[in-house]
Design a protein around this ligand. Structure first.
Ligand SMILES: Cc1cc2nc3c(=O)[nH]c(=O)nc-3n(C[C@H](O)[C@H](O)[C@H](O)COP(=O)(O)OP(=O)(O)OC[C@H]3O[C@@H](n4cnc5c(N)ncnc54)[C@H](O)[C@@H]3O)c2cc1C
Length: 411
């Protein structure tokens, strides 16, 4: 499966970062993690902090999957507005999802702020009304978030233009939020795992696994194997291969960076996105470029996606120009696969197909990196045999479309 079209900016800028060996022979550990993208790295690191011996394997170079294509806006806001999530799963579940996601962004920020040279910066998220007609919907969203204690400010169009140079009817300004270079962040986490006694192997694919009474044996394409008590499958959009039931739909998303520019200082530390679907979003990079993304479509064929990258970048540039009133020229564009679940929530759960010791980490959605951090806590609790407040929220039980997440209101 080709997860990217073109070379994402982060990989071109940094090249191959850390070489990890391929796995030869057999190793044992407490938890084997398949997939060393940002999800596997965050989960591996979290499990290691709990005292587990972890081994990660990846069939590509680490971080070279969709992690490298990510534009890495770290926001607690889900692609599905809180109002819509409440209609689908109830008020308590929507509040839990948004609060847990905010907690995940906060935890992620603390964790990533420790690393140097990964382009990390705390930010604010700005969710603006694409059209004047979206204003009423945005007010309902703002009120709902405010009522559950999230930090949200309301901005009228004048204030929005003055503060950020963005032309829109109104916006919600919120935090926590952050931005990062996802490829470097992934490698920083993997390096920390190795430094603290874990092991990371790349160019090593899981070809199969056997769940036995006392352990799980992971077979690799190189004839090597990993024996572990638990297996976490964090293989991104390729995880579907291990599940009989379809759990999400693959989509394509597009992005570009401009050359570095000094006339967009007002957008520094701001993650701007809009109420339209598919949405346009903008952030800046640590080297002063504007990064614009969005224009998602239902394409799941890499060859078709690749053919669209230039036209999508041009379209995104025109839309961004309209919004911020300055001319924008894409300098480097790319596209990538991402996946969407029916209700916008991810899956971090064991599946009935394999029993409780095989855990899936499917951080699907536009804010997959925040989801991955939340999932790391959920799966860490699972490995210790404990429950987590978000278990139902991220459970495969949601695949029954009539199912609502049954969460008790917080007191
Ligand atoms: C253009 C674009 C923009 C995005 N923007 C954002 C954003 O702004 N904010 C955000 O939070 N998210 C964003 N996302 C989503 C985010 O990138 C994903 O949630 C994240 O990258 C998923 O990471 P992952 O580790 O789960 O998947 P991956 O990075 O794909 O890692 C999975 C790894 O598993 C490995 N693997 C697969 N099969 C096997 C096997 N059999 N054996 C061993 N290894 C295997 C793969 O080689 C891969 O390295 C964006 C995605 C795209 C494409």
């Amino acid at each position: 499966m080709d997860l990217k079209s073109g070379y994402p900016f982060w990989t071109v800028r940094s090249g191959l970062i850390d070489p990890f060996p391929a796995l030869e022979g057999s190793v044992e550990c407490d938890v084997a993690v398949v997939g060393a993208g940002i999800t596997g790295a965050l989960i591996g690191r979290r499990l290691q902090r709990d005292g587990h011996r972890v081994v990660l394997i990846d069939r590509r170079e680490c971080g070279w999957g969709s992690t490298a294509a990510s534009t890495a806006l770290l926001q607690y806001e889900l692609d599905v507005e809180m109002v819509d999530l409440a209609a689908r799963h109830g008020d308590a579940a929507a509040a839990l999802a948004y609060r847990a996601s905010a907690g995940a962004v906060q935890a992620l920020s603390v964790e990533l702020a420790r690393f140097r040279r990964i382009g990390f910066r705390r930010a604010r998220s700005l969710y603006f009304a694409t059209r004047a007609a979206h204003r009423r919907r945005l007010i309902a969203e703002w009120e709902r978030r405010r009522d559950v204690g999230l930090r949200v400010d309301w901005l009228e169009s004048d204030a929005l233009r003055r503060a950020f140079g963005i032309d829109a009817a109104a916006a919600i300004l919120t935090r926590p939020a952050a931005e990062v270079d996802p490829y470097r962040a992934c490698h920083a986490l993997l390096r920390a795992i190795v430094r603290d006694g874990g092991a990371v192997f790349d160019r090593t694919a899981m070809s199969g696994f056997a769940v036995r009474s006392r352990d799980i044996r992971v077979e690799t394409d190189r004839g090597a194997s990993v024996r572990a008590r638990h297996l976490v499958i964090a293989a991104g959009y390729e995880s579907q291969r291990w599940l009989d039931a379809r759990v999400a739909r693959n989509r394509s998303s597009y992005a570009f960076v401009t050359d570095a520019r000094d006339d967009l200082a007002r957008l520094r530390g701001v993650l701007a996105w809009e109420t339209a679907r598919p949405y346009l979003y903008m952030r800046t990079t640590d080297d002063g470029r504007l990064l614009v993304g969005g224009a998602d479509d239902r394409i799941d064929l890499p060859i078709v996606r690749s053919a669209r990258v230039a036209a999508k970048a041009a379209k995104l540039a025109r839309e961004a120009e309209r919004r911020i009133g300055v001319s924008i020229e894409p300098a480097w564009a790319w596209g990538g696969t991402f996946a969407e679940t029916e209700d916008g929530l991810p899956f971090f759960d064991a599946h009935a197909q394999y029993g409780p010791r095989v855990l899936f980490a499917l951080a699907y959605g536009g804010n997959g990196i925040a989801y991955a951090r939340l999932g790391a806590d959920v799966l860490a609790a699972r490995v210790r045999g404990r429950a987590h407040a978000c278990d139902r929220l991220v459970s495969f039980a949601r695949l029954d479309r009539r199912a609502r997440v049954d969460v008790q209101p917080a007191r």
